[in-house]
Design a protein around this ligand. Structure first.
Ligand code: GLN
Length: 232
């Protein structure tokens, strides 16, 4: 007899720190847009979740190895990833931006010549930096998480970092990091919830149904406004 979806606990992997989507509050609890969205969808659809903050690249790899049921981690829906994963409907628009130290005079990719840039492994920002590094003549240092990537720029070891626009803007405006945005955001992919290809179709369907319900009843907007303010 098949187990009813509502009796099941789905294991959902996420990033360690990617505010305002997933991060620990003062008491160590994981909060953020992704965390609240996932919880609200589970509640709306009547299933249970266990959140595993593995780090972005580790979460994606765990999903590929089918060690977890899904990933919600500000994960961009890209054509390359669609070979390996099935994505939900998009739930947030993003795009990669270049950030530099607050007092830096680096203002374009041309200014990166002969310099070092911090990137985060397995991300769209990483892929973008790799795609332009030969053209603009810079080197890269790879980090496992966003916090260490930012610190490398603040410490002056790297002159820039490539990060998702909403996350970088939140770190600067919301958390006061001494960085600034140096470029317009590159046309980027939207975020989606992912399952391994042809796996957990019922979970994906429940995510989409729950997301539509939260959009219709105002809860989705409420969660966004809680973290981003009413301006978005
Ligand atoms: N949106 C980016 C990607 O999917 C970064 C995600 C993250 O660092 N959590 O590659």
């Amino acid at each position: 007899e098949a187990q009813a979806a509502e009796d099941k606990t789905f294991v959902i992997a996420t990033d360690t720190t990617f505010a305002p989507f997933e991060f620990q509050d003062a008491s160590g609890e994981y909060v953020g847009i992704d965390m609240e969205l996932m919880k609200a969808i589970a509640e709306d659809q009547g299933f249970k979740i266990e959140i595993k903050p593995l780090g972005f690249n580790a979460a994606v790899q765990a999903l590929e190895a089918k060690q977890v049921d899904g990933v919600i981690a500000g994960m961009s829906i890209t054509d390359a990833r669609k070979q390996t994963f099935d994505f939900s409907d998009p739930y947030f628009e993003s795009g990669v931006v270049m950030a530099v130290a607050a007092d830096s005079n680096i203002a374009s990719y041309e200014d990166l010549k002969g310099k070092n840039v911090a990137v985060k492994t397995g991300t769209e920002g990483y892929t973008f930096a790799e795609s332009i590094k030969a053209k603009y003549g810079f080197t890269t240092t790879v980090f496992e998480d966003s916090a260490n990537m930012y610190q490398d720029v603040i410490a002056g070891n790297s002159v820039a970092a490539f990060e998702d626009y909403p996350v970088m803007a939140y770190a600067i405006e919301g958390q006061g990091l001494p960085l600034k945005l140096a470029t317009e955001k590159e046309a980027g992919s939207s975020y989606g919830f992912a399952v391994a290809k042809n796996t957990n179709p019922e979970l994906l369907a429940m995510f989409n149904a729950g997301l539509a319900n939260l959009k219709a009843n105002g809860k989705y907007q409420e969660i966004q406004e809680k973290y981003l303010g009413t301006s978005t």
